[in-house]
Design a protein around this ligand. Structure first.
Ligand SMILES: [Mg+2]
Length: 305
């Protein structure tokens, strides 16, 4: 339960930590925060309150709520929750998310939605975690990881990234070491580009990247799903404490909130809730709700008394 809560609140904390400097470059962040942004202060281009959920947390919550409320079709429930969120007029919506949900509205079928193959943004990877936390059976977990991604992001790089990430999470939950868990994620997909992104993540040293900006990513961490996946793999393999690693993810720049949300999910599952600083938890919008959700999911897992 501690790891489940850590994962959910790791996404939330990463999102909130990065939101204040979203779209800033590495150099702009260095000038403003020479030691990295270590406090959740809000602000950023969308004027967030400190700890306010942005799309990363809101859509993770949309998927989470689909699993908490039993239904015949969790994929449809997730799609409905995402559409309800879109209809509230959120201030920050990704292009593929908007296009995929619009297609869902037209077809009424979450398996006939999606923005189509193309730019392969990180908008489904940022919200895929609840499937790994809720589904203990591997084949079902993989199928739902794909289908929930494809509601909006049906490019194979996106769906396969969600599979690799969620199998990595499942292995961590089962007690695997980070290195073994990364290998489990790697083995779960045959998509060559996703395997290559995981290989790159194994080689990245975040502490060096954060001070040199020599990141070597395909799209310089500007929202490409494989960049975010590489950074998340580097994060979970980084032996330092969660806050230090997450701050360094934000220091890389550009899509800071989403990169940190994705890495934060893996780090939170690796290290548990207690690894997230109290001063961060104190301001998170859905702190109590996510903690309660973790209790529910934890009690449902096989082998948990
Ligand atoms: Mg965001």
């Amino acid at each position: 339960m501690d790891r489940i809560a850590g994962g959910l609140l790791g996404v939330h904390a990463g999102d909130a930590l990065g939101a204040g400097v979203e779209f800033s470059s590495w150099a702009q962040i260095r000038d403003r925060y020479p030691d990295g942004p270590r406090e959740i202060v809000g602000g950023g281009p969308f004027g967030w309150a400190p700890g306010q959920a942005t799309d990363d947390t809101d859509l993770t919550r949309a998927v989470l709520l689909a699993y908490l409320t039993p239904s015949a079709d969790v994929v449809r429930a997730a799609a409905d929750n995402m559409l309800a969120w879109l209809d509230q007029g959120p201030r920050d919506v990704g292009a593929a998310t908007k296009a995929g949900l619009s297609r869902y509205r037209q077809t009424g079928d979450p398996r006939q939605a999606g923005a189509g193959p193309g730019s392969a943004g990180n908008g489904s990877l940022m919200r895929c975690l609840p499937t790994a936390l809720a589904v203990a059976e591997r084949s079902r977990r993989i199928r739902e990881s794909v289908e929930i991604s494809a509601i909006t992001h049906d490019d194979p790089r996106c769906t396969a990234s969600c599979v690799a990430y969620n199998e990595n999470v499942a292995a961590l939950l089962a007690g695997a070491s980070p290195a073994d868990a990364v290998q489990v994620g790697h083995s779960a997909t045959s998509e060559p580009a996703v395997r290559a992104a995981i290989e790159l993540g194994r080689q990245l040293k975040l502490a060096e990247v954060a001070v040199t900006a020599l990141v070597g990513l395909a799209d310089q961490a500007r929202g490409y799903v494989l960049d975010s996946l590489s950074l998340a793999v580097a994060a979970v393999l980084d032996p330092r404490p969660l806050p230090d690693v997450l701050v360094d993810i934000v220091r890389v720049g550009h899509d800071t909130d989403t990169n940190a949300a994705i890495a934060g999910g893996l780090l939170g599952v690796r290290d548990g809730l207690a690894a997230i600083p109290d001063k961060w938890l104190a301001v998170l919008q859905f702190r109590d709700e996510f903690r309660a959700a973790a209790q529910v999911l934890g009690r449902r897992r096989p082998g948990v008394a």
